[in-house]
Design a protein around this ligand. Structure first.
Ligand SMILES: Cc1cc2nc3c(=O)[nH]c(=O)nc-3n(C[C@H](O)[C@H](O)[C@H](O)COP(=O)(O)O)c2cc1C
Length: 360
């Protein structure tokens, strides 16, 4: 049926559709829906406290016995640099003045923590079938503990070098994340995003370079993208932005509206929201502060000072300071429940693959 069954067999799933882990947008409800539909539901943990992770994982394990995927960030924790913080504060001052906020205003916010021993304890306890990382891999002793649970270990590569690096360190599969992708770029061997390849160029080159199966990510929004991914040598797809329109996505109405109205020419890579390059829909903050700023504090510290501006603006109905993470193919999204979207994507892709296979 599918031209390549390697990911289906490796992960024990029925459909080669992985709902991307999307920090702050995806919680247990979507993970359960996608896994129950036969795809792979993915829980992003980067913005969850340990208590939240535990409660989400308990809820998921209670509601499905299908394989699940849990995802973490594994960046080097940042150095606080007082000069950069001050410079960034100065860049934002005029917006604080405009919105009537005191410079020392704080809003409660989770920040992106890097994978550590305590998170690893939870992985060992809940033993998800697939564990993935963004920004490389954590230290070897943590990877070893995960491997001992029997979980398959996966990470994102944005270049062939990164894919080889991950394979050399024992990854069971590689996510080839093309330039079109929404959210943070998984880039970790370089900081130069100007030379990054799109999904069409990256996937076949990664597939040629590594022996483990490849998962295509970035700009895949409907069945045509799924079929193309297989033609390029992938064994599955990881889809993010298209799942944001599902009712299970926990996103605010301003964000949902922006996604529904976005076009192919409205996203850009920006570092102003967190300190690392990520793809988002253009808004006032990106236009006026970025898209790439030299003044931002290290990832993820940049997010702290923007928090109060975002809260105040959102309360007034404005997404001027909201990170509207999105890939280039938001326009292809459909507002289906996550289970239906997963099944539809697979059924439509199979429908398109059949005549191609007959011709071949
Ligand atoms: C809102 C959003 C949040 C994301 N958060 C994460 C995350 O927490 N962990 C991760 O590995 N990737 C994250 N990504 C990247 C996805 O894993 C994936 O590479 C991307 O969504 C694929 O491109 P697409 O959005 O065009 O489908 C995020 C993407 C989006 C759109």
């Amino acid at each position: 049926m599918w031209p390549n069954n390697r990911i289906l067999e490796l992960f024990g799933i029925e459909l080669p559709i992985i709902q991307a882990p999307m920090a702050s947008c995806v919680f247990s409800e979507m993970v359960v829906a996608v896994s129950e539909a036969g795809g792979l539901g993915s829980l992003p943990c980067a913005l969850l406290s340990l208590e939240q992770m535990r409660s989400e994982l308990e809820s998921i394990r209670r509601r499905t016995s299908r394989p699940i995927h849990v995802n973490f960030f594994c960046h080097t924790p940042p150095q606080v640099d007082a000069t950069r913080e001050r410079l960034w504060g100065q860049c934002l001052q005029r917006y604080y003045d405009e919105l009537g906020l005191a410079q020392n205003t704080q809003v409660p916010s989770a920040n992106r923590a890097s994978f550590d021993d305590k998170m690893c304890d939870l992985v060992v306890e809940f033993h998800p079938e697939v564990v993935s990382f963004h920004f490389g891999l954590p230290e070897e002793k943590l990877v070893k503990r995960i491997r001992n649970t029997g979980a398959k270990i996966v990470s994102s590569a944005t270049t062939v070098d990164e894919a080889r690096w991950l394979e050399d360190r024992g990854c069971d599969a590689i996510i080839a994340q093309g330039y079109e992708a929404g959210g943070h770029r998984g880039i970790f061997l370089s900081e130069d995003v100007s030379t990054q390849a799109g999904t069409m160029a990256l996937v076949p080159q990664v597939a040629d370079a590594v022996k483990v199966p490849v998962i295509a990510a970035g700009g895949i929004g409907d069945a045509r993208g799924v079929v193309a991914a297989f033609a390029l040598g992938a064994a599955a797809v990881q889809i993010g932005t298209a799942y944001l329109l599902c009712p299970e996505a926990k996103i605010n109405p301003l964000y949902r509206e922006a996604l529904k109205n976005s076009t192919d020419a409205q996203t850009t890579l920006t570092n102003i929201f967190t300190g690392r390059p990520a793809r988002a829909i253009l808004n006032r903050a990106i236009r006026e502060l970025g898209p790439i700023s030299e003044n931002v504090p290290d990832f993820p510290l940049a997010a702290t000072a923007l928090g109060p501006l975002r809260s105040k603006a959102e309360a007034a109905g404005s997404s001027d300071f909201t990170p509207l993470w999105s890939g280039q193919a938001a326009r292809l999204g459909r507002e289906f429940p996550a289970a239906e979207l997963t099944k539809q994507l697979a059924a439509e892709a199979l429908g398109k693959l059949r005549p191609l296979q007959t011709v071949a």
